[in-house]
Design a protein around this ligand. Structure first.
Ligand code: HEC
Ligand code: HEC
Ligand code: HEC
Ligand code: HEC
Ligand code: HEC
Ligand code: HEC
Ligand code: HEC
Length: 215
């Protein structure tokens, strides 16, 4: 009996340690949860409890977007900043999710940080989406190359099909949204983390008027 109680105590202690670091180093900078929660926000007695309510499917919304928005201004978006909060395990794998075990290497975190910086503050489309409340996960599922190929569905989900878009740019000499390419990937022109590309100009001298810089 005594042994079982000891085992239970050890298990509970281990769970408490794990729960409180929850793969994120919140406690390195914040004494407790009370210090960071606004008046009127539900109370939570440990950082791991945040996920009870903040999940991507829940009404409270996923924690990632909220926490990133709270920290990018004060901490910046360098790779070191990312790692100050996202703990790396002893093999250098960085966890970005409390539940599905997705990890990135430190090098991949650096690439993510570069993209992150353009979302946070840049002349590119990523930043105008941030200002409109559009988050990484509204466009990305996995942050990989396949993901980008599939993305036009998400773009159209918010902006409409090519027929709708063609009406908005009908005044152009060559309508970029209506061409012999039919249903093409939006990203052929609208790069998100860098300058736009004038795709049609590769063959026609279109002189299209762009609202932002092109490569
Ligand atoms: C490297 C230090 C650092 C780490 C790690 C960190 N924070 Fe912060 N946090 C800050 C700073 C600095 C601020 C901004 C204070 C300010 O701008 O007034 C802040 C602000 C916040 C705020 C906003 C408080 C307000 O007044 O609106 C919340 C919420 C928050 N942190 C939660 C967390 C959570 C949850 C974690 C872990 C996932 C975490 N923080 C990890 C440094 C950190
Ligand atoms: C009992 C449920 C619940 C728990 C637990 C919870 N939250 Fe929230 N939180 C909410 C709801 C609901 C909102 C409002 C959703 C919205 O923004 O529309 C919210 C909003 C927020 C916001 C945005 C509002 C603001 O201050 O700007 C932040 C940041 C936040 N929560 C952080 C946290 C952190 C950090 C924890 C863990 C220490 C936590 N929450 C635990 C329910 C919860
Ligand atoms: C202050 C803490 C903090 C900092 C700094 C931070 N993150 Fe996060 N990040 C979180 C939290 C909390 C989540 C939500 C994890 C979850 O839902 O399990 C998250 C989630 C993510 C995700 C998964 C997508 C999502 O939103 O759930 C990625 C990718 C990510 N972070 C990358 C980065 C990068 C790159 C940086 C540096 C530019 C960074 N993070 C800086 C706390 C932080
Ligand atoms: C969750 C909804 C959402 C998704 C997903 C989304 N956008 Fe947007 N986008 C917006 C909002 C909101 C605005 C700002 C209001 C407007 O101009 O319609 C905007 C603005 C724009 C603009 C014009 C503003 C500018 O700064 O040039 C372009 C072009 C654009 N989006 C292209 C895209 C492309 C390409 C994708 C996919 C890679 C995409 N959007 C994904 C919601 C979304
Ligand atoms: C409006 C949609 C949109 C938003 C919001 C967005 N991205 Fe992207 N992302 C793209 C597109 C499109 C590409 C392809 C490269 C380009 O056009 O700039 C891309 C490329 C990337 C890549 C490189 C993928 C590869 O392997 O080719 C990473 C990593 C990435 N984004 C991370 C992020 C992170 C982190 C955020 C949030 C801070 C974010 N993105 C926000 C649309 C988006
Ligand atoms: C790979 C080269 C190539 C690219 C890229 C290209 N076109 Fe074309 N386009 C052609 C060729 C070849 C013709 C047929 C010959 C002609 O009539 O000039 C043509 C014909 C046309 C025509 C009908 C003839 C005319 O000149 O009015 C239109 C309109 C047109 N293209 C629009 C576009 C638009 C819009 C884009 C960008 C989405 C685009 N094209 C990109 C090669 C290209
Ligand atoms: C061949 C290049 C090209 C492609 C491909 C393309 N666009 Fe555009 N788009 C343009 C140009 C040119 C403009 C107008 C000038 C500007 O916004 O800089 C524009 C404007 C827009 C606008 C702003 C419209 C307004 O005035 O309100 C949105 C939103 C948009 N595009 C979304 C999309 C989406 C979503 C896709 C994919 C389904 C897409 N575009 C594919 C070239 C393109």
């Amino acid at each position: 009996m005594k042994n079982i109680i000891y085992i239970i105590i050890i298990l509970l202690a281990a769970a408490a340690v794990y729960a409180d670091d929850m793969q994120f180093n919140c406690a390195d900078c914040h004494k407790n949860t009370v210090e960071v929660l606004k008046k009127g926000h539900a109370q939570a007695d440990s950082f791991s409890k945040c996920f009870d309510c903040h999940d991507s499917e829940s009404k409270a919304g996923s924690l990632g977007q909220k926490i990133h928005l709270k920290h990018t201004d004060s901490l910046g978006s360098s790779a070191e900043t990312c790692l100050s909060c996202h703990a790396a395990d002893k093999d250098g794998n960085v966890s970005v999710s409390h539940k599905n075990g997705i990890t990135f290497s430190k090098e991949e975190m650096k690439d993510l940080a570069d993209k992150f910086a353009t979302w946070n503050d840049s002349p590119y489309l990523a930043n105008s989406h941030k200002k409109s409340g559009v988050y990484c996960l509204d466009c990305h599922d996995t942050f990989g190359p396949d993901d980008v190929d599939e993305m036009a569905k998400k773009c159209k989900g918010c902006h409409g099909e090519y027929e709708d878009l063609a009406k908005k740019t009908a005044d152009k000499k060559r309508n970029p949204h209506k061409s012999h390419f039919g249903n093409m990937s939006c990203v052929k022109c609208h790069n998100v983390h860098e300058d736009f590309t004038d795709f049609c100009d590769k063959c026609h001298k279109t002189n299209m008027k762009w609202n932002r810089k092109i490569k």
